[in-house]
Design a protein around this ligand. Structure first.
Ligand code: CU
Length: 110
């Protein structure tokens, strides 16, 4: 009986920690998307996670997506500013910049 109680408690603890949402920082450097100093073209997150798009370039960016999974438009924002999006639905999200058409990455929401 006691063992069963502890097993239930362990399951509950795992469920709570599993619900923790992450925030991933995606930099914009030299018109590319960068995570921890490495240029990336794709990223996988869990539903409920958010991504902060930080502008580390000396000019404006305007990050947006027209993907049905998550349509968003962060607007035009200057160097040093961050804007974030939370991803709630699983699926693929294509991310672009309205100012720099060559900027492109995908976010897979699991
Ligand atoms: Cu841009």
């Amino acid at each position: 009986m006691k063992t069963r109680f502890y097993a239930l408690f362990a399951t509950l603890a795992l469920t709570i920690s599993g619900a923790h949402a992450d925030d991933v920082i995606v930099d914009q450097i030299d018109k590319t998307f960068v995570i921890d100093g490495t240029e990336v073209e794709s990223l996988t997150v869990s539903a409920g996670d958010s991504v902060s798009f930080r502008n580390s370039d000396p000019f404006f960016h305007n990050i947006f997506s027209l993907s049905a999974t998550q349509i968003f438009d962060l607007g035009s924002y200057p160097s040093g500013e961050s804007r974030s999006v939370s991803f709630d639905k699983p699926g693929l999200v294509e991310v672009e910049c309205a100012i720099h058409p060559d900027m492109y990455m995908t976010i897979e929401v699991e």
